[in-house]
Design a protein around this ligand. Structure first.
Ligand SMILES: NC(=O)c1ccc[n+]([C@@H]2O[C@H](COP(=O)([O-])OP(=O)(O)OC[C@H]3O[C@@H](n4cnc5c(N)ncnc54)[C@H](OP(=O)(O)O)[C@@H]3O)[C@@H](O)[C@H]2O)c1
Length: 245
């Protein structure tokens, strides 16, 4: 896909989202950002992207809510009249022991991590098919892509990310041949908020490439998947070989 003047929606991506947006903006894309609570950070990211001479739109939305997704797509339609690329990054990642699980934990994880990607994809497809092409990129996790839950205390998160793999395959089939749908399964890219120095080091020791990848590795992979003309229904691990241990 040629990227000049295309419109890319980076949905819910706070940290990796900014780097990905800058990479697509440098290629000539116009960028839509969403945020739910982190308005200040989102404004800073938008400002950075705008400094690359890129047209932007910033929208507050709870992406687990279908009405918010419909409203977001309306705003995109009114401002740009098109949508070419959707990057689904919204996610929560919270530890809760088996014995402390509450009913709402499953709801919240499925809502933020899986339903958001589902609603966004269906609504985005309406806009993309009008132009005859599009790219959708979901975010899974190296654990789900490797069939290895690995860490205890993340049951609803793991289920939601395993669901992303199914969503990627089924939508790749439904949306072909016009819209290509793929996923990225990040490994140690950026440490979760609140990680201790010891935890950060332990991850490096169990990663064959001996480092955290950084958001640039994700941005490079998004660019690759946006530019492909013959890959769909795939999930690419970006994990420094983490799944090999
Ligand atoms: N960081 C890693 O190394 C790593 C590893 C494995 C997988 N991943 C996956 O990669 C993706 C990006 O990761 P990241 O670390 O850049 O994420 P992040 O910084 O945690 O950002 C995720 C964003 O999702 C938004 N969000 C959550 N629920 C939402 C909802 N219902 N509606 C709208 N927005 C919502 C939050 O926005 P607000 O703050 O505005 O509420 C949050 O800022 C995620 O899908 C994550 O699961 C990351």
């Amino acid at each position: 896909m040629e990227l000049k003047n295309k419109v890319a929606l980076i949905a819910g991506g706070a940290r990796m989202g900014e780097e990905t947006a800058c990479t697509l903006a440098r290629k000539g894309c116009r960028i839509v950002f969403t945020y739910r609570n982190s308005g200040k950070n989102a404004e800073l990211a938008e400002k950075k992207v705008r400094s690359l001479q890129c047209e932007t739109l910033l929208v507050k939305a709870d992406l687990s809510c279908n009405q918010d997704v419909v409203r977001l797509m309306d705003q995109i339609r009114r401002k740009f009249g098109r949508l070419d690329i959707l990057v689904n990054m919204a996610s929560i990642y919270e530890k809760r022991e088996l014995t402390k699980l509450r009913p709402e934990d499953l709801e919240n994880n499925l809502g933020c991590n899986l339903k958001s990607a589902y609603w966004l994809s269906l609504e985005a497809f309406r806009l993309m098919k009008k132009r005859g092409s599009g790219r959708i990129i979901h975010f899974a996790d190296w654990t789900a892509q490797s069939g290895r839950p690995r860490y205890k205390g993340y049951i609803p998160y793991y289920i939601s990310k395993a669901g992303i793999l199914g969503l990627t395959e089924v939508l790749a089939l439904e949306f072909a041949p016009r819209v290509l749908v793929n996923a990225i399964a990040p490994g140690p890219i950026l440490p979760p908020q609140g990680s201790t120095a010891r935890e950060i080091k332990a991850v490096i020791q169990s990663t064959p490439l001996r480092k955290w990848g950084g958001a640039e590795e994700i941005a490079k992979t998004v660019l690759f998947l946006v530019q492909t003309e013959f890959i769909t229904g795939e999930c690419v691990r970006v994990d420094g070989g983490r799944h090999l241990y």
